[in-house]
Design a protein around this ligand. Sequence first.
Ligand SMILES: [Zn+2]
Length: 236
Amino acid sequence: MNEHLKKVIELSEVDREIDSFGPKEQKLKDGLNKLGEKAGKIQKDISDLTEEIKEIGYRKNKADSSLKDLSAKLNDIAKKSNSVKSEREIKSLQIEEEIAREQIGATNEEIDRLDKQESSKKDRIVQLSAELDSVKSEMTKAEAELKDELDELEKSKTEVYTKKEKVQREINPKVNLFYQKIKRWAGSSTVVPIINKACMGCHTLVTEDTYRKAIRSEDITTCANCGRIIYMPEQL
Ligand SMILES: [Zn+2]
């Protein structure tokens, strides 16, 4: 095979590897990011619940102070009932007392309900905190693993970049320029094989003339349809 073509294939393989580093790194980090999101969501739930418990506390305080008011009112009514004489006044105080007692009952029910809400929210916080701890320990583990994998990736990056420098020193500058021009739009599929007489860049059949040229591989051949550099893998 033509030496220029060999070098351009090598260069495209090296570039393809370099292009794959970003997505590989992203994939490695994805797991950890997901755990981070999960932890964030749990933390948010805990802080929402804490706010709700605070709000329940305010409502309980309010209910407690209305209970105090209502019992003061009952004392008041009791005092008054000693001094009133008329039937009408007695009746009116009885109604007042009845209303106050109903209100006390309702307020006590409200406090019970708030107590239950508060305790169920506190239980949920305990549960969520345990979940958060477990997610955090998963994160610590994932971070350690990620560090190893990123180090590994960094090592292969260094290797590939060294390889690229070597190929770039060896490749004919004009061929390199030609390759770079196509790479601008074709990216990692700048140099593609012909399989079953079709260009693997645009997936159309190459002409007989192009096919023969590719088999001879005396020069760098491009696909007449898409313009990518093509080669016969059998010739490698
Ligand atoms: Zn093509």
